[in-house]
Design a protein around this ligand. Sequence first.
Ligand code: DGJ
Length: 733
Amino acid sequence: MKQELITFDEKNKVFHLHNDQISYLLSVEDGGTLCHLYFGKKVNNYHNQLRYPRLDRGFSGNLPGSLDRTFSRDSLPKEYSTAGEMDYHTPAAVVRQADGSNALFLTYKNYRIEDGKPDLKGLPHSWVKDKSEAQTLIVTLEDKKTELNFDLLYTIYRDRPVIVRSVKVKNAGKETVNLEKVASMQIDFVDRNFESITLPGAHAHERRVDRSKIHQGIHVFSSHRGTSSHQMNPFLALVDPDTDEFQGDAYGFAFVYSGNHKFEVEKDQFAQTHVNVGINDFNFNWQLNAGDAFQTPEVLMVYSDQGLNKMSQAFHSLIHDRIIRSKYKNEIRPIVVNNWEATYFDFNEDKLKTIVDDAKKLGIEMFVLDDGWFGHRDDDNSSLGDWKVFAKKFPRGLDHFVDYVHEQGLKFGLWFEPEMISYDSDLYKNHPDYLMHVPGRNPSPSRNQYLLDLGRKEVRDNIFNQMEKILGSGKIDYIKWDMNRHLSDIYEADLPANRQGEVYHRYVLGLYDLLERIVDAHPDLLIEGCSGGGGRFDAGMAYYDPQIWASDDSDAIDRLTIQYGTSLVYPQSMMTSHVSVSPNEQNGRITPFNTRGIVAMWGDLGYELDLTKLSQEDREAVAKQVAEYKKIRKVTQFGKFYRLKSSQTSNQCAWETVSADQNEVVLSTVKVMASAQPYLTKTKLVGLDPNKQYEDQATHEVYGGDELMNMGLYDPAEHGDFKAYMYHFKAIN
Ligand code: DGJ
């Protein structure tokens, strides 16, 4: 008999979610208040004594009808706060009611425990392979007046330091209400001096690590761009001041959603830390009719007692094993050549064939035809929405070229931007109403393109049918699903005026629906996500796309920080990274070819340059990199990943990955700036077997695992900026 993961102490009304690594405790307190007791390292038995002390706090009032001045829902750590009652924390939920008020008073109603984990229909979510690997606690809170029920869902996996949370609101009353905010989770901590780690950025500058002290007041990390965004990835970690990559407490929160999000961290009057994560309430207003339900997206909560690397490893394995569904999840990813930075829009079949020929000679495995193959698209001003082959570029049809690529032994990938429309397109001529716009207003262009009103089924059907005409040939092995602008002019033509606050979320649901139909119809298709680089790099997209283009910035030195930040949450196999030309087209930096190759090998490797224009020396370098990568990619894509040094805080970046059996190790180090008379540095490896002997595959020198970990390798003190080194060790006994 498997041990129960969730227990309920009926007498003391305490729920304990536990496995070998973590405990999460919550209890029902006075007046049916659901209180948070603990989340962290496992406790074997909770003896019911360590409760929040009762104190009479001025200006933190008490339960209605009670004379007890020591119990306040304002100070007590809670599981879910709402507006309008004696709890002044930033509410997790705000609901506008028929009488105009927004006051709710949620009290405990009942609970149930289920084996496994329920699916969230229409939303990406973590899942279980069989029911014994997780249990789910569903605690129902009710508001007696409106008869709204809030189901708080908590899943604990048997073998992971993870709790997955979401909320389902059911309207069991008779009147329609409007959800103005519904967070997916709340958690309150007492006596923590947290710092936040977030991943802000910009286009071509995504996911740089920001670490800041949490001061008293409210800190918000959010996107209201309609997507998860380049500007603020849907992730937050709370860490102690002395937490680093290898030690200290780290709590990570990743939102499984690709639209507007909001992470709120409030350090309150008593220095308690209150956290909400959910859909951004900016322009959110969901009409919930009697009998209807609203399911929020879910949040992955990870606890690590050994710093950030352990937190990231837990996210990596959860996202890889239990969010990604693609049949390619465990397959080594093909090495790609993509024609975007090689040709931009200036290509035809003959020109592309020369790149394909060279790719074949160099050992590359897939050719990806990027933007410009459809409609009459010679620049970025036209044709989005017209997914028909551009005859000028492919006079013998696309299939003719695809067959050629396949005959050379390469797979074929094709770029789409399914969510967009150009004014200059047949789709716009025939269906001007498909373009998302507010009636009577001129919508704003971005890259001279506009959004499709994706909340509408008719619009999705049109795009799906067009894509099917291309994908139906069965010859396309991969698609790159791009999205090159953010949402504006928010309006859905099918919705009445009082429901326009639903548009942002309906857009995301529409996107998921379209993706699901494609995934369903083409289970053999490898899908790569993209949004002007890494603008929609989130755990929600991972459910459909096992890999995502990390950034339009392919400069190796910038990529050190972009890929570093990305690795806080997302597994290596999810991150595509390509070698491009130098000087780099995004920032003009000149870097050695070797460095560009080494940095790109830490994800799914590709080339984003014109192979036919390479010097002989660089051609040889590509052939060598491709051959090298084929030897190491199983470990770099799927091994246990460690960040050793960060170029954001030092002059070096060092990454390491170790196979599950500890028999294979890949390490790379990059020194950013050179200096005369450099101080010597060493890189100490981690996660090896101290009793094994490891052979360096290049030099054949042998080191003990303990030597590599305890003594460390001297980093080369070579002349020149931006030098990189890659080591591949294999155990020999
Ligand atoms: C943005 C992507 O990130 C690029 O790789 C490329 O596909 C362009 N869009 C094409 O428009």
